[in-house]
Each structure stands twice: as structure tokens, then as C-alpha cells.
Write a new protein. Sequence first.
Length: 402
Amino acid sequence: MQTVDPKDLAAFEADADAWFKENVVRDPGFMLPLTFMEVGTDQQFNFLRDWQNKVYDAGYLGAAWPKAYGGGGLHQDFQNAATRAMRRHHGPIMLNAIGLNWTGPLLLDMGSETHKMAHLKGILSAEDIWCQGFSEPGNGSDLGNAQTRAVRDGDHYVVNGSKIWTTLGRYAKYMILLARTDANTPKKYDGLSFFLAPMKIPGVETNPIRKLTGEHGFTQTFFTDARIPATGLMGVEGGGWKVAMRTLEFERGARGGQAGGYVAVGSNAFDVLDLARRMTRSGKPVLEDPQVADQMVEFLMEIQALSLNGQRTQVPNLVADHPQGIPLASKLMGTEMSRRLNEFAIRLTGARGAYYVGESEAVDQGIWARAYLNSFSATIGGGTSQIQANIVGEHVLGLPKS
């Protein structure tokens, strides 16, 4: 196991701090996305792609991934230090979320050497953008019932079907794709296979989906006799469910190995606290209302509890259970808390909370309404809150299904 010299780590973090202080662009002249799911224009995409590449070239992304695959080969503590510096200086988000946080760690964990050499460096540099092909229009939360078909034909699989909510789909070079290779197996999970599928090939079409926020961060992807190389099969044919479940562990934060940085600007309770001090009712700060103050304290307590849960996930014996109750509960509680916190912030702004981005009367340029609408996507991605609650109730707490 690597050991870390505290002096080396401190020097690395000081260098990172200086680099981000000098290089973070405060105002590029257009609205920067709060999350990778909000990248809706070429201008935003190109800016964030260049930013991620710049951070990677500086050595502050993928610092703990192996050198053989384009990483820095350093201890995880160095990447954590770089990410802290990034947060201190409010750097823009990392664009290639699915590559950095799900596909890359998955490949490092259970990918072939060929796949690692082919894909990992492009993930870090943002040369190769990835999207996810799990949910379908008729099978969103019922992932095991996926109906997109992949039929072997020589050195290729012929894919037909549709995937939905494919974030960054129109920009992606690759998709992690769960498709049905056997429609006749008694157990539906046994008929699924997992592919590292190219997107820029004949037979693959993406259509943008307009969201509540007004932008087009999601797409629907259509496969019509699309021929993907059989070399893109990850694991064995029919073994895709196991790979998909491991992917969801990375998506839900139950496993480490992510490249670093952050792909969303989270809700900050202290910013909401500042808002409560600035907003007034009857000439007084709304924070002086006992009910507002009480609710604010509850949010701060929730955030502290989630932070402690995050520390617990670093203790191997506490996350050795199946299906890993602490990370599952943290995902459920964290996304729902973020939604409620942003809703609370809107209430603090009173009637002006009805204004949105671009409207002159909006508080803080409409950031609170925008953050609130954005927060719903996190309660769906990685499994809806309802599905998460069912898993925690049935498989962690042992409650009956009925």
C-alpha cells in the first residue's frame, strides 16, 4: 500500500490551490450548468470540455488512476486534495460525469486490459464523452425488464430499441449499454448483456428532451439495426446484470475509485442561511422568525448526519453488507434533502420566488428556482427515491413487500 508523506501532500495541495485560484474562470459570459445533466448548448459543452482537459493536463484529475492508463499514479489523498482546492475556488463542474464516475471505475474494477487501454485516458481528457443506456421508455425503474435487443452477427451485435434520459447523449462517443441478448431465458436478468457501445455509427440517433429547466440536457437514443463490435461486450454474454449492478454501486457512491473533481454543484445550507439573513419580512430578516430558524437548524443537522454517513462508508466493515445500506440510505436522504432545501430557499424569497433565470426581479439571478428544478433529476438517477426506499425497506430493514 502506498504511504503518503504529509509534506508532499501539503505541497501538492498548495500548488493545486494556487493553480485553481489562477485558472478558474468566474464569468465566461454565459450561464454555467449546475450539473452535468444541465449541459444543453454547444457553448456550455465546449467550455466544460476544455476546462476538464485543462484540469487533467495540470495533474488534478485522475491523479489516483494508474499511470499505465493515463492517470497520475498517486495516492487517493492527492486527488482528494486537488478536489478540495477545486471546491474552494468554485471551479466549474467536470463534464464527463458518466466516464469519470461510473465507466472508468468500472473498467478499473472489472474491465479487460484491452478495454482499459482503449478507454481510460480518453475519459480523463474528455476526448471521449460517455453516456448511459439503461432506462427505456417503458422500463425505467424496472431495469431488469429492458427490451432493447442485441443479436450476435459474426463480429458484431445488431442492436434495435430505444434508451431514454441519456444525459449528454448527443455529444457522447460511447455508451454503457444494457441490452437483451436472450429473450427466452426463464430468468429475465440472465438474458441481459453489457456493452461499451460506440455512438457515432450508422443506426444510432439521438433526440433532445426539453426539461423543466428549459434546456435539453437529456436525450432519447434510438437504435435501428446499429452494428456494434462484439469486442465491446464487457464480461460474458448474458452476464450483463452483474456488471450493471456493479455500475450502480459506483453511481450511488457505494464504491470508490472515481477520477475526482465533481460533476454537480451541490446545495449549500450555509448559502441558504445567508439568504435567510438577507431576505426580509415586515422589515426584519426572515431568519428572526422562530419557525424559519428551527427549520434552518434541522437542515444543518441533516447535512452533518450525511457527512458522517459519508465517513462511515470509508470503513470496509460498515459497507460489507448487501445491498450496502449506508450508501443506499445516503443517496436517498441526500437527494431528497437537496430538493427540500432548495424548496425552502424559494419560500424564503417570498413572491419573488416565482421569477426564473433571466427575469430582472429574480433573487440571485434565479439560482434558487433553477436549483430546485434541477434537484428532481438526482432523485431519479441511480434509481428513483421510491425504488431506493423499497430497497432499503425490504433488503436492509427486512420489511415485508406488502
